[in-house]
Design a protein around this ligand. Structure first.
Ligand SMILES: Cc1cc2nc3c(=O)[nH]c(=O)nc-3n(C[C@H](O)[C@H](O)[C@H](O)COP(=O)(O)O)c2cc1C
Length: 192
C-alpha cells in the first residue's frame, strides 16, 4: 500500500497566526503517526471572490484548479482555521467555493470532496476556541458531500497554548490533537 498522504491547509495568512502554529503542530503529529504530510498556504493559490459571471466568462481560475488537484493528490485533508464572526473566514470559504466548481474530465462534480476524509480544527484566543466556526465549516463541507471525521480540535486560549518551541503545552490539547490525527489517519486509510 502507498504511503498515506495528508494535506494540511491553514485558513489564515497572518504573520504569527495561531492557526498556522496549530497547523504546524498537527503536521508534526501526522508525520509522527506515519503520514506523508504536505502543508500549504492559501496565499499560494490567490483567488478572486467567487463570481458566477467571472466563471462564465473566463472559466474557473487556474489556482482553483491547482488547489483542487492538490487536494485530489492526497488521501486526507485537515483544515485549520480562525473563527471570524462565529463563522469561517472568507479566505477559506472562497477557496472551498471555487474548488467545488472544478470538475476535471471523467469526474462528477464534487468528486474530490466525496473521495477522501476531512478533519477540521480551529485556534482562537477566546474561550470557545473557534467552536462555532467548526460547526459552520462542517456544514459547508457536508454540502460538498465530504466525509468529515467526528473528532475535531477547537483550541481555546490559543495565545497561551504553545511553549517556546511552538509545541502545544497543555495535556488536554495534546490529547485532542492526537485523537483527531489518529482518526483522520484511520478514516483516510479506509477510504483509500
Ligand atoms: C473579522 C474578525 C472576526 C473575528 N471573530 C471572532 C469570533 O467570532 N470568534 C473568535 O474566537 N475570534 C474571532 N476573531 C479573532 C480571531 O480568532 C483572531 O484574530 C485569531 O488570532 C485569528 O487567527 P490567526 O491568528 O490564525 O490569524 C475575529 C477576528 C477578525 C479579524
Amino acid at each position: 500500500m502507498s504511503a498515506l498522504k495528508i494535506l494540511v491547509i491553514p485558513g489564515s495568512l497572518r504573520t504569527g497566526s495561531l492557526n498556522m502554529k496549530l497547523a504546524a503542530a498537527a503536521a508534526q503529529e501526522l508525520v509522527r503517526a506515519g503520514a506523508d504530510v504536505t502543508r500549504i498556504s492559501l496565499g499560494d493559490f490567490p483567488l478572486p471572490i467567487y463570481d458566477g459571471d467571472l466563471q462564465s466568462k473566463s472559466g474557473v481560475p487556474k489556482h482553483a484548479v491547482n488547489l483542487k488537484r492538490m487536494i485530489g493528490a492526497h488521501h486526507g485533508v485537515l483544515f485549520v482555521t480562525p473563527e471570524y464572526n462565529s463563522s469561517l473566514p472568507p479566505l477559506l470559504k472562497n477557496a472551498i467555493d471555487w474548488v467545488s466548481r472544478v470538475q476535471d474530465a471523467h469526474e462528477t462534480r464534487g468528486q474530490v470532496f466525496r473521495e477522501r476524509a476531512f478533519a477540521i480544527a480551529a485556534a482562537s484566543a477566546a474561550r470557545l476556541g473557534g467552536t462555532r466556526c467548526l460547526a459552520a465549516l462542517r456544514l459547508v463541507l457536508a454540502a460538498c458531500h465530504a466525509t468529515v471525521i467526528p473528532n475535531q480540535l477547537a483550541l481555546s486560549f490559543a495565545d497561551q497554548a504553545y511553549d517556546d518551541m511552538d509545541r502545544l503545552k497543555h495535556p488536554g490539547d495534546i490529547e485532542a490533537l492526537d485523537a483527531m490525527v489518529r482518526q483522520l489517519i484511520d478514516v483516510s486509510q479506509r477510504m483509500m
